[in-house]
Design a binder for this molecule. Structure first.
Ligand SMILES: Cc1cc2nc3c(=O)[nH]c(=O)nc-3n(C[C@H](O)[C@H](O)[C@H](O)COP(=O)(O)OP(=O)(O)OC[C@H]3O[C@@H](n4cnc5c(N)ncnc54)[C@H](O)[C@@H]3O)c2cc1C
Ligand code: FES
Length: 274
């Protein structure tokens, strides 16, 4: 831990991939520390990324903790700092501090069926859990991924999702039918309902737009999932990431410290300030 807890490490961008085009474009970045030695992280944790002269933003670490050489982030262009990141190139230097927040209790899920349910940019925060579970395939029973975007162009990690098919069941969807799309058409919660995952010995992990999460949880409950079997991760606005500024509160919780990962059993006891 540095003397100044707000001081970022310097890291070089070594890889950039355009995942999704358009107004709310998503790009994936890999960064490597300049000093060759970065912090370790766990699945579900985040980091504060800075574009110099533009500011900082909190972003989920989208690579598995098993990957030591780089940290991956998938960033949607929404405002000042994310737009600055989208204008950067391989070789540019950025700031990074972290890791922040709690993590998914992946070790507790050994021997269970895992269902990952993502929408839009919400695949990024759960991607480290998916890739860690796949890398430790023998520790888990069935692995199933539901993921949807507005249209085929909005599907991120396309090639990676295709590669998963040998080891996991992958159910993709788009909101509206389009020529050439032969998988499910409709919203992610409806695709989940259509496939009727069994709650038996299962854990469901969901992340996406709040409206998607709401209906996914409703549908999982209807399918017999107990509140303790459902996990999600919050994206409340954050400023410090350190439990100091009070920007991210939900009830008495500083989400940057106590979260962002919550089981539905924990979350439903908090005020709906997320
Ligand atoms: C724990 C955590 C993990 C996150 N992970 C990712 C990630 O993996 N990829 C990613 O693209 N983004 C992620 N975000 C969201 C990201 O931090 C914000 O979008 C960030 O504010 C972008 O900075 P900006 O300066 O570009 O936009 P800003 O100028 O800060 O905001 C632009 C617009 O987005 C809105 N906005 C900003 N932050 C949020 C928010 N948290 N929720 C809803 N609306 C918001 C603002 O009100 C404004 O309308 C995460 C946020 C948190 C707290
Ligand atoms: S972001 Fe400052 S207290 Fe959580």
């Amino acid at each position: 831990m540095p003397d100044n807890i707000y001081l970022p490490e310097l890291a070089r961008i070594t890889y950039i991939k355009e995942e999704v085009p358009g107004e709310r474009a998503i790009k994936t970045f890999r960064v490597e520390p300049l000093n060759g030695d970065s912090f370790e992280h766990e699945c579900g944790q985040c980091a504060m990324l800075s574009a110099f002269g533009r500011g900082e933003m909190m972003i989920s670490i989208a690579s598995s903790p098993l990957v030591k050489e780089y940290k991956q982030f998938s960033i949607m262009r929404v405002g000042r700092v994310s737009a600055a990141f989208h204008d950067l190139a391989v070789g540019d230097v950025v700031g990074i501090r972290g890791p922040y927040g709690n993590s998914f209790p992946v070790d507790d899920w050994r021997g269970r069926n895992l269902y990952f349910i993502g929408g839009g940019c919400g695949l990024a925060p759960i991607w480290p859990v998916i890739t860690t579970a796949v890398a430790q395939r023998d520790n888990f029973k069935n692995i199933t991924v539901f993921y949807g975007g507005r249209s085929p162009r909005d599907i991120m990690y396309k090639a990676e999702l295709e590669k998963l098919r040998g080891v996991a069941d992958v159910h993709l969807s788009v909101d509206k039918a389009e020529d050439g799309w032969d998988a499910y058409c409709g919203f992610v919660p409806a695709n989940v309902m259509d496939k009727e995952p069994s709650s038996d010995n299962a854990i469901a992990i969901t992340c996406g737009p709040p409206i998607m999460i709401k209906y996914v949880i409703q549908n999982l409950s209807q399918l017999g999932f107990a509140d303790e079997q459902i996990y999600t991760t919050l994206e409340n606005k954050m400023k410090c990431g350190l439990g100091k500024c009070g920007r991210c509160n939900v009830g008495k919780d500083y989400v940057c410290v106590k979260g962002p990962v919550y089981s539905w059993a924990e979350l439903k006891n908090l005020p709906e300030e997320y």
